[in-house]
Design a protein around this ligand. Structure first.
Ligand code: FES
Length: 510
């Protein structure tokens, strides 16, 4: 998005080049916009470091280095460091949820989410006000509610995510019918969450942005939502409009690359599109086919850069990961078992199995044992991660969807939290966060139905007075849909994350 006001312009998350091992491309294709002009801005806002938001190549080549960067208040300096590396010199370091007045009466506020599960240690939303018009670019951030924005006054434009941005359930080795059923559930949850945010803010206009990407590599093409698969987790903007209409939504505005919307204080909006939106989406399959052919050389060139036969994968994983296993208390305990990587060699057949043994705190050859998770991927991808010193395998390997997975038991968020923290700085931060979080979430109690439970959800601290629903002996936190068995306190959705609960009439413990 580029936001233009009389007091200055802000470019936000200018993503153009493929991300995550050339898996994700922006759709519709925006690579033919005039980035030279779009990049001449007063301010730059990069919400977080995920590569579909932070596009180093585009930032380097096209965005004016005179632009002042509006920086979220993150616990690590990585975003600032990476932007400095690209040549940006001017930074406005915002404080979380504090309004900043810039020149000409332009006001901004950034809410920074900083749990280890928010983006790559951080995701954020940008609120902007000028001349009585307010907008919120919520992006793909998932705050527990939008009250901080709502209290700053009526919002005219709300931009938010509505589509999936993850590898679940597609990569799981499950029967097709089960995968479709999980996908369908996931798709419904995504839309429900979107409706709740929209309802929270009650903006005049809603702009579905931040997804979905498109997949142009032949091996991933089936993830595009063009095959009538009701379990596809990447519905597009036209699907958003029809689903939104079913819940009574009439104020959705879909933008294509090059569309321009003008907002006015009376609540009106006028939008000009480069081509009619309906017509564009009616021809989506043809657009994707055309992009697939056009981008093929880019994908092939990237693929050719992944192999590093000189890398001794086991030795290098040991060197990189073992000190982190040693330093990890919460996450290692949370994973609770070995995680196996099956690496398929260049010949497409041979497989080397390496285990990251969380309880044993070592990386070693697989020893015919039971594992918590198993990931199967190309050896070349792991070689590339080790060769480049990648500290975040979620922001590279996992989001690429270029793997398959199997697990025993429930989803385990600590597995992914650990593999996004492959540096001491990140690991120490995440460990400290879990420690503090555990203490904080347990402090306060509320009454829900027949139960007294802790006020904050053990997952990401959602206020259960608002998000908790009790049905019999089960509590569901509606923020991410996690369920808890109240008599035992056990989380039914993920390991760890026990909830404190007691029946109201239960006798006090002696
Ligand atoms: S905060 Fe995520 S399920 Fe409650």
């Amino acid at each position: 998005m580029r936001i233009d006001t009389a007091a200055g312009s802000i470019l936000t998350d200018p993503w153009v080049n493929p991300a995550f091992f050339a898996s994700w491309f922006p759709f519709p294709d925006n690579s033919q916009l005039d980035w030279e002009s779009l990049g001449k801005v007063d301010y730059l806002y990069v919400s977080h470091l995920h590569r579909d938001h932070f596009d180093a190549e585009n930032l380097k080549r096209h965005v004016s280095k005179k632009a002042a960067v509006l920086l979220p208040e993150y616990p690590t300096s990585e975003l600032e460091d990476e932007l400095r590396e690209l040549g940006f010199r001017s930074f406005i370091k915002t404080r979380n949820e504090e309004v900043v007045e810039l020149d000409g009466g332009l006001k901004i506020m950034i809410q920074a989410l900083i749990s280890p599960t928010d983006g790559p240690i951080g995701d954020s939303s940008l609120w902007v006000e000028h001349d009585g018009i307010r907008l919120l670019n919520q992006n793909d951030a998932r705050p527990s509610d939008l009250s901080r924005f709502a209290e700053l006054g009526h919002v005219h434009a709300h931009m938010l995510q509505f589509s999936g941005a993850i590898w679940y359930p597609m990569v799981y080795e499950l029967p097709e019918a089960a995968k479709r059923a999980f996908g369908k559930q996931k798709r419904e949850r995504q839309f429900d969450r979107t409706w709740r945010y929209i309802d929270d803010l009650k903006a005049d206009h809603v702009f579905p942005i931040a997804g979905p990407p498109c997949f142009l590599d032949d091996s991933l093409y089936q993830f595009n939502d063009i095959f009538g698969d009701e379990g596809a987790i990447f519905p597009d903007q036209s699907v958003f409009l029809s689903e939104y209409a079913k819940v009574g939504g009439t104020n959705g505005v879909v933008l294509l690359p090059g569309s321009v919307s003008e907002l006015n204080t009376e609540g009106g909006v006028t939008t000009a599109h480069p081509v009619p939106v309906d017509e564009f989406f009616a021809n989506k399959a043809a657009h994707l086919e055309e992009m697939r052919e056009r981008k093929r050389p880019i994908i092939e060139a990237e693929k050719a850069s992944w192999r590093h036969p000189e890398v001794d994968v086991l030795a290098e994983m040991k060197r990189r990961i073992e000190p982190l296993l040693e330093a990890s208390i919460y996450m290692a305990k949370g994973v609770g078992g070995p995680v196996r990587f099956d690496l398929v060699g260049y010949d497409g057949e041979s497989v080397e199995s390496i285990v990251v043994d969380f309880p044993g705190k070592e990386v070693r050859q697989y020893a015919d044992e039971k594992v918590r998770y198993r990931f199967k991927t190309e050896r070349a991808l792991i070689e590339h991660l080790l060769f480049t010193g990648e500290v975040d395998w979620v922001n590279s390997l996992f989001l690429s969807c270029r793997f398959s997975a199997a697990r025993i038991g429930q989803y385990n968020e600590f597995v992914y939290a650990f593999f996004k923290c492959l540096s001491q700085e990140r690991l120490q931060y995440a460990e400290g966060w879990y420690d503090e979080h555990e203490r904080a979430v347990e402090a306060e109690s509320i009454e829900l139905g027949d139960w007294e439970v802790q006020r904050r959800c053990p997952h990401l601290k959602a206020d259960l007075t608002r998000f908790g629903i009790v049905d019999g002996d089960q509590l569901t936190c509606q923020l991410h849909g996690w369920r808890f068995d109240l008599p035992s306190g056990r989380c039914l959705t993920s390991v760890g994350h026990k909830i404190r609960a007691a029946r109201k009439d239960a006798p006090a413990e002696a």
